[in-house]
Structures are given as C-alpha cells and as structure tokens.
Design a protein around this ligand. Structure first.
Ligand code: AHM
Ligand code: MG
Length: 344
C-alpha cells in the first residue's frame, strides 16, 4: 500500500451562511430577512444533530408516554426536536406561523413582520432512532398572504399548494449530518463538520440521475398495493428490467437522500392500513417533491403532481412516488394501464 495519502475534498470551504448570502446577492431586492430565517433552521439542525448523536447518553431514547395527533407514540426525541425548532425560530421575528407534525394546530407568532410560514417534521422516521438508524428533519417554507395579517385563522396561510414553497430542505442525521436545501434555484448540499459546528458546502446544484435501477418501498404492504404498483414492482424484478436492487430504510429522509444521489424510485402507495397513503402532504411530500423537481426528478401521488395538490388539512396524507424522472414516468404508465382493473 502506498504510504502517500491522497486527500480529496472541497478546494475551498464555503459555509451554508456564505452560500445563502451569495444566493441573496443575486436578488438585488432581497432584504436579508430570508437568510435570517434559514440561519434559525441551521442552528436547530446543529442542536438536534448533537442530541441525536448523544441520544443514548442523554437518556432521550424511547417513548415519551404521550400520543400525538396521529395516534402515534411520541418519542422523547420527537418532542425535543420540535421544541428546539420552535425555540430557534421563535426569536426570528419574521416567522409568522409555525406548524409541525407534532403540533395539533399551527402556532401564530410575531406580528405583521412575520411574513413566513414554516411547516416541518421535526424528527422523521423517529421510530428508527432506538436502533441507531438514520432519521431526519424536513421543512417547507411559504410566504404568508399579507392581506391576512390581522386574520385569526392561520390555516389559509398553511394550506397552500406545494408549488408556492419559497424554500424547502431536509437534514439527514446519518453517518454524517447533511443538510440539503432549495430556494427554487437548484439543490445544494452541506455536511456538518462537528468539530467546528459549521455546515460546509459538499455539492452545489445536485442533479438526480434521470433513471436508476433501485426501488424503495415497504413490500410488507404488497397485498393492498394498487395493481399498477404491483405490476411495476414485478417488472422491476423481471429479467427484462435488469433486475433492480431493493433498498428500504424506513426513514423517508434517508431513503430520499439515497434516491437523490443514486437515482431510482421511492414509493409509499395507498395501503389497507393507510388508504390515502401514510406520508403527510405538507411537511413530508411537498418539501421532498420541491427538492426532487429542482434536482431534475419528479414526484406524484400516482395521478397528480404532488406540488399541484391543494391541501385541505394540516396533517393530510398522500400516496407518494418520487425519484428519477424516467422511473416515476414508468410507474405512471403502469398506474394508467391498470387503472381499469385495479385488482390482480
Ligand atoms: P414518522 O413521520 O411518524 O416518522 O413516519 C414517517 C416514516 C417515514 O420516514 C418513512 O418513509 C415511513 O414512515 C415508513 O413507514 P413504514 O414503517 O410503514 O414502512
Ligand atoms: Mg415524518
């Protein structure tokens, strides 16, 4: 073996703060208010990452004993992560409304300067945390309708179609902590350097491969999948297709992160247990769909583009199919072909 170690890595170090400021400079009318908001999210990400890394030591593993609005056991870390985000964004006067998977109703904060709506899943895939599998945070940011500032009901500002997002992103707490975000001008990825506490640019303008022979789905639900999904998956396993490789972590953020980088497809179709799908439209499917499209991928519920769906409630669920454009189009073809005969 050579005793020479060839180090590879970025030629220059760019922090996420510098990157956001750079993006802002390309918008001469920008006030800096938006980068102030994003810095609250990166602060929360650093705090949550530190807690996830030390979960076993801090005694924050396991269930908290309460059930959330979905009837699911809240994990201690779900609550901690939710509180951390509230604390980091509560001080940013420009956050008008906060809504989350762990909150029954949106919270109205600040006054008329609170022009942003932040909707988030504080710790996605948290049932995985006790077994040391990757989890994540997902966020979507919308602008608030200025004509509604004096209104009592924040729901009109929360229930916006996904294509109106002004930014979205996720943080995956995996073998390293990675933050990925978009403001509608490409997808950018940063790795947390825990020694200095900064997110350093890892990849700018990430592009999702146009196709990829990898499918990601919980096949335990096979019996109640729509026929089109079953036929697509049978095709993936056929000699004609290749066959494909199966990968399923059970944490949306981690499964999507791999799909973004390697290509392929992630599916959570309707099932007997979750007839309208399991994943939440506003704080899971919408932000991930925005990132996917910005990276050249595609996201649908099987019929409708995710970003065109009009939400009717904060915690609404949706079937979710996301990934490389060719793979998603192929699933859509199978769905159309078997629409008339949905049962095998
Ligand atoms: P959560 O928000 O309660 O953690 O649930 C969402 C998670 C996703 O991360 C993942 O894609 C899905 O649930 C896995 O569900 P299943 O265990 O049914 O495969
Ligand atoms: Mg979730």
């Amino acid at each position: 073996m050579s005793d020479q170690v060839h180090l590879s890595g970025p030629k220059t170090f760019v922090t996420i703060e510098e990157h956001i400021l750079g993006q802002q400079r390309s918008h001469p009318t920008a006030t800096g208010s938006f980068s102030w908001l994003l810095s609250g999210i990166t602060l929360a990400a650093r705090i949550i990452s530190a807690k996830v890394r030390r979960a076993g030591i801090l005694e924050v593993l396991g269930e908290a004993g309460d059930v959330n609005v979905h009837g699911e056991q809240q994990q201690k870390l779900d609550i901690l992560a939710n509180k951390t985000i509230e604390q980091c964004l509560g001080y940013r006067g420009n956050v008008g409304i906060l809504a989350s998977e762990e909150l029954d109703h949106p919270k109205v904060m600040g006054g008329s300067s609170g022009k942003y709506v932040v909707i988030f899943d504080p710790l996605d895939g948290s049932s995985n945390i006790d077994v040391n599998v990757s989890v994540g945070t997902i966020f979507a940011i919308f602008e608030r309708d200025t004509s509604n500032f004096n209104g009592e009901d924040p729901m009109t500002d929360v229930l916006q179609q996904g294509h109106r997002q002004v930014a979205a992103g996720y943080i995956v707490y995996g073998s390293s902590t990675v933050l990925t975000y978009t403001t509608g001008e490409g997808v950018h990825m940063f790795t947390l350097d825990p020694t200095v506490g900064g997110f350093i640019l890892a990849q700018e303008n990430v592009r999702m491969p146009e196709s990829g022979k990898m499918f990601s789905v919980n096949e335990g639900n096979w019996n109640s999948f729509p026929r089109g999904i079953q036929e697509y998956l049978k095709w993936c396993k056929s000699d004609a297709a290749g066959p494909y490789t199966a990968r399923y972590i059970g944490s949306l953020v981690a499964d999507f992160h791999r799909t973004l980088l390697r290509g392929g497809i992630f599916l959570y179709p309707p099932t007997a247990k979750s007839p309208t799908g399991k994943l939440r439209l506003l704080y899971e499917a919408d932000p991930i769909a925005f990132l996917a499209e910005q990276a050249g991928g595609k996201a649908t519920d099987g019929q409708i583009r995710i970003l065109d769906k009009q939400p009717t409630s904060l915690h609404e669920r949706t079937p979710f199919i996301v990934g490389s454009v060719r793979e998603v189009e192929r699933v859509e073809e199978f769905m159309r072909k078997y629409a008339e005969s949905p049962v095998a």
